[in-house]
Design a protein around this ligand. Structure first.
Ligand code: HAX
Length: 441
C-alpha cells in the first residue's frame, strides 16, 4: 500500500507542476464558446471539468487512461487465464496511470481484504430501515453511517494541513473501496435473503468475494461480477454520479459524504437506475405479450406503445455517446460466450435490432443506440439475481472505483471549491434586450 501511495504522490506532484506551467503559459487561452441553449439544456458539450481517470469519446466510447474496454479485457491481470479483468487492477490503473502486474494486484486485493471491516453499528443502522426501503436508499444510509470512520473528517477536525488532504483522502478511498461490497452485500441479504449474512472469503479477489457475500458462488457469476465492476467504474467526470462526487468533495466534504452524494445521483432513472428500469420494462413486455421470447414485430409494437405513453425506452440513448456503447458490446460478448441460448439475453439482442431505427425515426433522439444499462440485467437474471431493484447497488459498488480515485486526484491537485455562476431568465431577457452589457449584470 505504501508503494502505491508513494507512486500516486510522485505522479500527483509531477502533474501538479505541469498544470502550474500550463496555466502560467496558457491560462488565458479561450477554449470555445458557450451557447445560451447549453445553459438551459444540461450543459451538454460544455468543457468545464478536469477528470484524470477516464475520457469519453462520442464514437469510440470510454477510455480509461487511454485504454478502451477491449484493451482492458486483454491487458489487465485476471483471476483466471482467459477470464475477465480484475476491477482492483482498473482502480490501480485509474489511480496511477499504469497497468499493474498480477503481483501488484494481488497485493492490493489482500490490502482491501484487510481493511474491509464494517463496524456493527453500521449494520444496525441499516437494519432499522423497513425492508421495503429501496436498496439504493439502504446502501447510501449504510455509507452515511460509516462516515463516522472517515480519516479525512477526523484529521480535518484535528487541524490537518492542506498539504495532507490527499493522504487522508487516499486512506478513506482504500477503506471505502474495501468496505463498500460488505455494505452492498448486506443490503441484498437483508432485503431478499432474510438477513442471513455470508462471511467473506479472505482468499478471493475483491469482486469474487463480493459475489460470494451476495450468495453466488458460481465461478461464471464471479467472472460476470469482475466484468461488471470494470465496465461500470468510470465514464469521465461530467455524468451525474461522478460530477456530484467531485462537486461535493470540492467543499472538502470527506470521501464518505462525497461518494454518498454521488450515489444519490446514480439512483435516478435517467442515470444508474436505468438498469432496473430496463429489466422491469422487458418483464412487463413479456407479461403483456404472454411470451418469453417476443418477436421483432411484437417488440416494435411494444416500443411504440411505450413512446406513445410519453415514456423513454430505458437503456437507449446517451448524453455524450453517439454509437452503441462498448460496455453493451462487452456484455453481449460475455453473453455469447456463456449463455448464447438464454431467451432473455436473446430478447435483449432482438431489442437491439429493433429499437434504434424506431428512435431514429423520431428525429429528435441524438443517440438511438443502447447504453450500458440495456444489457446488464439479463446477464444477472441468467444466474438467478432477479431482484432488479438491487441492480443500481451493483453499479454503485463499481462506480466507487472511478469517483474515489478521481477524488484522490482532486485533493492531490488542490482543486478548489466549485462555484459556477448562475443567472435568472429575467437577466437573460435584459441582456438579450441590450439593457445590460454582460449576461449576469
Ligand atoms: N427513449 C425515448 N426518447 C428518448 C430516449 C429514449 N431512450 N433518449 C432520448 N430521448 C428523447 C429525450 O427524452 C428528448 O425528448 P424531448 O425533447 O421531448 O424532451 C430527446 O430525445 C432528445 O434527448 P437527447 O438529447 O437525445 O438525450 P439527453 O442527452 O437529453 O438524455 C438520456 C440522455 C440518457 C437521459 C436519454 O437518452 C434517456 O432518457 N434514455 C433512457 C434512460 C437511460 O437509458 N438512461 C441511462 C443512460 C446511461 C447512464 O447514465 N447510465 O447510468
Amino acid at each position: 500500500m505504501e508503494m502505491l501511495k508513494q507512486k500516486f504522490k510522485a505522479q500527483a506532484d509531477k502533474l501538479g507542476e505541469e498544470i502550474k506551467q500550463i496555466l502560467k503559459e496558457h491560462g488565458d487561452t479561450v477554449i470555445g464558446e458557450i451557447k445560451l441553449s447549453q445553459i438551459y439544456q444540461g450543459m451538454r458539450g460544455m468543457i468545464a471539468l478536469i477528470s484524470e481517470t477516464s475520457l469519453l469519446d462520442a464514437q469510440d466510447g470510454i477510455r480509461f487512461r487511454r485504454h478502451t474496454i477491449d484493451e482492458l479485457r486483454q491487458k489487465l491481470p485476471k483471476a483466471k487465464e482467459g477470464g475477465e479483468p480484475l476491477p482492483e487492477a482498473l482502480f490501480y490503473l485509474m489511480l496511477v496511470g499504469e497497468i499493474p502486474t498480477k503481483e501488484e494486484v494481488d497485493t492490493l486485493s489482500a490490502i482491501l481484504q484487510r481493511r474491509s471491516h464494517v463496524p456493527m453499528y453500521v449494520y444496525e443502522t441499516m437494519k432499522a430501515l423497513p425492508t421495503e426501503t429501496h436498496p439504493m436508499t439502504m446502501f447510501v444510509v449504510g455509507i452515511m453511517a460509516l462516515q463516522a470512520e472517515s480519516v479525512f473528517a477526523k484529521r480535518y477536525a484535528a487541524g490537518m494541513s492542506k498539504k495532507d488532504y490527499w493522504e487522508a483522502t487516499f486512506e478513506d478511498t482504500l477503506d471505502l473501496i474495501a468496505r463498500i461490497p460488505h455494505i452492498a452485500a448486506y443490503v441484498y441479504r437483508r432485503k431478499y435473503k432474510e438477513g442471513k449474512i455470508l462471511h467473506p472469503d479472505g482468499l478471493l479477489d475483491w469482486a469474487g468475494n463480493f459475489a460470494h457475500m451476495l450468495g453466488y458462488d458460481d465461478e461464471e457469476f464471479k467472472e460476470l461480477m469482475r466484468l461488471y465492476m470494470v465496465i461500470h467504474a468510470d465514464h469521465e467526470g461530467g455524468n451525474v454520479s461522478a460530477h456530484t462526487t467531485h462537486l461535493v468533495g470540492s467543499a472538502l466534504s470527506d470521501p464518505y459524504l462525497s461518494y454518498a452524494a454521488g450515489m444519490n445521483g446514480l439512483a435516478g432513472p435517467l442515470h444508474g437506475l436505468a438498469n432496473q428500469e430496463v429489466i422491469k420494462w422487458i418483464f412487463e413486455m413479456q407479461r403483456e405479450l404472454k411470451t418469453e421470447s417476443p418477436t421483432s414485430e411484437q417488440i416494435k409494437q411494444y416500443v411504440e406503445k411505450t413512446l406513445a405513453e410519453g415514456k423513454v425506452v430505458p437503456g437507449y440513448g446517451h448524453a455524450v455517446l453517439r454509437k452503441t456503447d462498448p460496455r453493451f458490446i462487452a456484455q453481449m460478448e460475455f453473453g455469447k460466450k456463456h449463455m448464447p441460448d438464454d431467451p432473455l439475453v436473446n430478447t435483449v439482442w432482438r431489442i437491439y435490432e429493433t429499437v434504434p431505427p424506431i428512435l431514429q425515426s423520431l428525429g429528435k433522439v441524438k443517440n438511438p443506440w443502447p447504453n450500458v444499462d440495456a444489457h446488464s440485467g439479463a446477464l444477472l437474471v441468467h444466474y438467478g439475481l432477479v431482484e432488479y431493484e438491487y441492480y443500481t447497488v451493483l453499479f454503485a459498488v463499481s462506480r466507487a472505483l472511478g469517483v474515489l480515485s478521481s477524488l484522490c486526484w482532486d485533493r492531490a491537485l488542490g482543486m478548489p471549491i466549485e462555484r459556477p455562476k448562475s443567472v435568472t431568465t429575467a437577466a437573460v431577457k435584459r441582456w438579450l434586450n441590450k439593457e445590460v452589457e454582460n449576461l449576469g449584470d
